[in-house]
Design a protein. Structure first.
Lengths: 145, 477
């Protein structure tokens, strides 16, 4: 095998080796990214962002991490207290079942609305949907971004 | 497309542009792009050694131009200062680099095109497409901050897609019995490439808006519980129109791609395996029916089952591709050492569009082919991660659907080349020669980049609510 053939083979293998080096670096970055994502707290399944609140309680822009069962209402014992003249004491409850969120109206006087439609009993509540209780509007978002 | 200034004020002129620049370093992207540059230079070096027997780069101008374009794209993104994905662009650049090397090495007279009065060969035209694609992806990744233009007008986009296909069917130019190319003035393109993006946009919009309804199960088909049937109708109609037109156009690859992406997105949105099972049953029934009804479908299946039945006629390309893979073996014969032509005849006529993987399999071997498939997996992984981290269902489904378009298409044509599936005429994304293919796939990468930005404005409120509020404000309800 003469020198030229050796250089030729070296160049060919170098090209393949560099592609694999690139892949290895990419995979290392991907694994690091995935590990960082799993380290983030995942005990929260979603969060509720307050979009509009004439009464000031809760404050506009506030973000609530949601438990699997999250009751809402005017009563101070609720996880999310909604101090609004049109909200009932025990107004509604958010529940996480299987893979998605549901909102249940607890027989409130003025009703709960998802995307402007009144909730009758239990209704599915997707990410990006808006919940209105009294004059307070809130949006459901994924927890870890 | 709306461009929102970061500080909300409109600033004009150069000073305004400069004041808005807040650079943010992208070291991961820089390191990966540097590796891409080394690999392309090494490939070009190896090509020059094999073909000309000299030390140096095979085509200094083209290689330098490609690398400079990568550097410019990187610099533009650093200056834009957005927190977008840093792995996607290097992965695609590596595929583009491999494409450039392959096109330089194939017979240049496969393609003649005159761009701005300059006659160009295969590699030069491909370089023009690759650079334009890089520009599109980078620009979209920098400029697009809002997804409203996709989210709000999903039915309009669907109509545009169907309209494009109808135009192609009526006024398209026919090639190899397929009417795929539409020519408007000097610009020619394949609308079915664009249609796959439009299909994803429509499905993402429709599925995210009706996800909760689709998960409800209140109708039964045999033993399977199904969502309320009315909510499935528009989607199935969209699918049937796309599929029907594609079958009329005899573009089987696109039909397979649309169906695969449709089923995957339906599964991601609803998590119901019953829908996928029904879809697969429909697919098997449809394929069997098409194989019985249409001669061109039956021919493809016959070739797939036994290409050696007619090795010089119908099965010629597939047989040559299998031989190419066999010649390549584990490490390949080396870039430039394969057999693109025997006695002045190209053994695989459509090697630059339909069979680039066979050519690469011969020259880079199984090791090289696995690396290339790995690069496509990286693109899919990024799409899934961007989708999982997205703020709402629309962006999530859009990111997953867009990456699946690239991934499923690569799988279909790679499987076709390797005789795992019947051969269909779709392109290998970023590697095959072809303007429409490269530009549209770059558009997909650009959208993925834009979607991956974590600092972008939150998604808008759902439409039903805003319509309701508008009605109430105007005193109607």
């Amino acid at each position: 095998m003469d020198g030229f053939t050796l250089v030729l083979w070296a160049a060919r293998l170098l090209f393949l080796a560099l592609i694999y080096l690139f892949l290895a670096r990419v995979i290392r970055a991907l694994l690091r990214d995935l590990r960082a994502a799993t380290r983030e707290p995942v005990d929260r399944h979603g969060r509720l962002i307050v979009l509009e609140s004439p009464g000031g309680e809760p404050m506009v822009g506030r973000s609530f991490g949601l438990d699997v069962i999250t009751p809402l209402g005017r009563d101070v014992n609720n996880a999310i207290v909604i101090d609004d003249a049109f909200a009932s004491a025990d107004h509604a409850v958010l529940t996480y079942r299987g893979q998605s969120w549901y909102v249940e109206d607890l027989g409130s006087t003025n009703g709960s609305y998802v995307n402007g439609l009144r909730v009758d009993g239990v209704a599915p509540f997707g990410f990006g949907d808006e919940l209105q209780i009294g004059e307070v509007r809130m949006r459901l978002e994924r927890a870890n971004r | 497309m709306t461009v929102v200034a970061t500080d909300g004020r409109t600033l004009d002129g150069l000073t305004g542009v400069l004041r808005r620049i807040r650079p943010r370093p992208r070291w991961l992207e820089f390191r990966l792009l540097a590796l891409v540059a080394f690999a392309v230079v090494a490939g070009s070096f190896s090509l020059a050694l094999t073909v000309d027997g000299r030390f140096g780069l095979y085509d200094v101008g083209a290689t330098v131009l490609f690398l400079v374009a990568l550097a410019v794209a990187h610099l533009a993104q650093v200056l834009a200062g957005r927190r977008t994905d840093q792995i996607l662009l290097p992965a695609v650049a590596m595929l583009g680099g491999i494409s450039l090397l392959l096109m330089q090495r194939l017979p240049q007279d496969l393609v003649h095109q005159t761009i701005l009065g300059v006659p160009l060969g295969l590699a030069e035209v491909q370089l023009v497409w690759l650079l334009s694609g890089l520009a599109i992806a980078t620009t979209l990744g920098i400029v697009v901050r809002s997804d409203l233009w996709l989210r709000r007008y999903k039915y309009t986009w669907a109509a545009v897609g169907v309209g494009l296909l109808l135009l192609t069917f009526l006024f398209g130019t026919e090639l190899n019995g397929q009417r795929l190319t539409l020519q408007i003035g000097p610009i020619a393109g394949q609308p079915s490439e664009l249609l796959k993006v439009i299909l994803v946009v429509f499905l993402a919009g429709y599925l995210s808006e009706n996800r909760s309804l689709l998960v409800q199960q209140d109708s039964w088909i045999g033993p399977l519980r199904m969502p309320p049937l009315p909510y499935l109708a528009p989607m199935v109609a969209m699918w049937a129109i796309a599929l029907g037109i594609v079958v009329v156009q005899r573009d089987l690859g696109a039909a397979l791609l649309f169906f695969g992406v449709f089923l995957a997105m339906l599964y991601v949105a609803t998590g119901r395996i019953s829908l996928v099972i029904i879809g697969l049953i429909l697919f098997v029934l449809g394929s069997a029916l098409m194989a019985v009804l249409f001669q061109h479908v039956r021919t493809r299946v016959d070739i797939w089952i036994d290409p050696f039945a007619d090795p010089l006629g119908a099965g010629y390309q597939v047989v040559q591709a299998l031989h190419a893979f066999a010649r390549g073996g584990l490490l390949g014969v080396g870039l430039g050492a394969g057999l693109p032509e025997i006695g002045g005849v190209i053994p695989i006529p459509e090697v630059h569009t339909d069979f680039p993987l066979a050519a690469l399999g011969e020259e880079l071997g199984m090791v090289g082919v696995i690396a290339i498939l790995g690069l496509y997996l990286v693109v899919i992984e990024r799409g899934m991660r961007i989708g999982a981290a997205a703020a709402d269902d629309f962006r999530s489904l859009l990111a997953i659907g867009l990456s699946l378009v690239i991934g499923v298409q690569a799988f279909i044509i790679a499987a076709g080349n390797l005789k795992v599936l019947p051969l269909t005429g779709v392109t290998l994304p970023f590697i095959s020669y072809g303007g429409s293919s490269i530009l549209v796939n770059s558009l997909v990468v650009g959208l993925l980049l834009a979607l991956s930005d974590k600092g972008v404005e939150p998604p808008p409120a759902p439409r039903v609510g805003s319509r309701w509020r508008r009605l109430r404000r105007s005193g109607v309800a």
